[in-house]
Write a protein that binds this ligand. Structure first.
Ligand code: DLL
Length: 441
């Protein structure tokens, strides 16, 4: 048997009873846990109590799932306004751990976990990794950043809980990472999709073909990535690439993860309540339609979140999945509403542009979008890089072709600037895809 085809073990589920629970039982469990969460939030977090009092709702008033819509929303700004610990439902002295998100737009947000929260998180991450194809006994190369970012420690505890052996490499030091992959022979890679491509590129320069490595499964997330990017990664590393989602305010990685059917990310509904709302009207969109993902935590002790507005745009389905898991599926995160560009009246996410660029002949899967204001209009320049060996004589043709495909598929006119191999900055964690040069309002 070819090493790439073998599976370490055929077990499918980490927690079969929870993962395959009939949807009616899941709904009943959610409701019971929602009431506990509301109680916890109301009794211990002033902001939640004040907001609920303002609309005249007490935890015990929530009697049916329809009552959920009366509970006030929570926003990232609330965490910033109550920095650092103002939204915690437990004294800081009793917490097991603190994480923080980087806060590119202002102050960082700080999140906290009790021992029970860490325990649940490890379980959900283990469940996610197993759904993605990892197995007890596997070696997991963890290139998510360790530290305040939830990626590194989140994947680390999950892999340990699964019964895997973790290589805690963190991000960066790419040549050393490639060496470790070749020497230690991990089966599973955890990293951002953009850093994975940066690793593939460095490996090529080192004369190493990652297709021949021991890696079989990649669990990639922390940033939007397109189907085209998935194909590129699967092709360049000869692995199966799975999507994992999460956010620090809700927990960290492992809020949702793809199973090997690669048909959407199972959102773990025994621990989270998912809604998809129209961002303007705040009303639920019909199942399958795009809207903002709004999440309520159901088991978090230290930082219960009520109807958290993630700003992430997606669609969900509750249709049965071939893997047997009953939990709904999030159909890929298109992007954040904050990252949406409005170009001459057309709404565009960077990931839509990525879907057109990646895999096109002669260009590398590294790009940046530069957004500028020209009078009252927004203008986008797409910087794309050619593959090594592409002659500069073909640059004008490549630029014309890319502009043509973006226009016909995404519907916007763009300038395309061709860069030489290596000129676009490479990521070591979350990629920066957009350089927004518009004046701040
Ligand atoms: O990125 C947690 C994480 C770590 C998830 C490792 C997956 C893997 P934050 O730094 O708080 O947490 O950023 C959360 O990243 O609201 C999304 O906008 C984006 N994001 C995370 N996963 C995905 C994904 C971690 N699979 C923010 N697809 C979220 C698209 C994602 N966007």
């Amino acid at each position: 048997m070819n090493a790439k085809n073998k599976t370490a073990n055929s077990a499918r589920y980490f927690d079969q009873a929870a993962e395959t629970m009939p949807r009616e039982a899941l709904a009943a469990l959610q409701f019971e846990r929602l009431r506990q969460t509301l109680r916890n939030a109301y009794d211990h977090v002033a902001l939640h109590r004040e907001r609920m009092d303002a609309v005249g709702i007490k935890p015990e008033d929530v009697r049916t799932s329809g009552d959920l819509q009366h509970i006030p929303f929570t926003f990232k700004a609330d965490l910033r306004d109550h920095y650092p610990f103002g939204m915690f439902a437990r004294p800081v002295s009793g917490l097991a751990r603190i994480h923080a998100s980087s806060g590119t737009t202002g102050k960082a947000t700080v999140v906290g976990y009790t021992g029970a929260d860490i325990n649940n998180w490890a379980g959900l991450m283990a469940r996610s990794l197993q759904a993605a194809g990892a197995r007890p006994g596997d070696m997991v190369h963890n290139a998510y950043g360790y530290g305040l970012f939830t990626g590194g420690l989140g994947a680390h505890y999950g892999a340990e809980r699964l019964g895997a052996t973790v290589i805690p490499v963190s991000g960066g030091g790419t040549e050393r990472q490639i060496g470790l992959i070749m020497d230690l022979k991990p089966r599973v890679l955890c990293a951002t999709p953009s850093y994975t491509l940066a690793m593939a590129e460095v490996a090529e320069k080192m004369g190493i073909d990652l297709r021949t490595s021991s890696l079989q499964v990649g669990v990639f997330g922390a940033e939007p990535w397109s189907a085209a990017m998935r194909s590129e990664i699967e092709e360049r590393l000869a692995i199966k690439a799975l999507d994992i989602y999460g956010l620090s305010e809700i927990m960290g990685p492992g809020v949702a993860c793809e199973c090997t059917a690669q048909a959407g990310l199972h959102g773990w509904e025994d621990h989270f309540l998912f809604e998809v709302l129209c961002p303007e009207t705040q009303q639920p969109v019909p199942e399958g339609n795009a809207g903002e993902l709004v999440i309520t935590t159901l088991t978090k002790e230290a930082l219960p979140m009520l109807r958290y507005r993630t700003r992430d745009i997606t669609r969900v389905t509750t249709a049965p999945c071939e893997c047997g898991r009953t939990h709904l599926r999030i159909l890929r995160i298109t992007g954040r509403s904050d990252d949406m560009l409005i170009i001459r009246g057309v709404n565009v996410y960077p990931s839509q542009i990525e879907a057109v660029l990646v895999g096109r002949p002669m260009i590398a899967p590294h790009y940046q979008l530069v957004v500028e204001r020209n009078g009252s209009l927004d203008q986008v320049t797409i910087e794309v890089e050619t593959h090594i060996g592409v002659s500069s004589e073909s640059h004008p043709l490549i630029a014309r072709e890319v502009a043509h495909y973006i226009k016909s598929i995404v519907g916007i006119s763009t300038q395309v600037v061709i860069k030489l191999p290596g000129e676009i900055p490479r990521s070591q964690g979350k990629a920066v895809r957009v350089r927004d040069l518009r004046p701040k309002e």
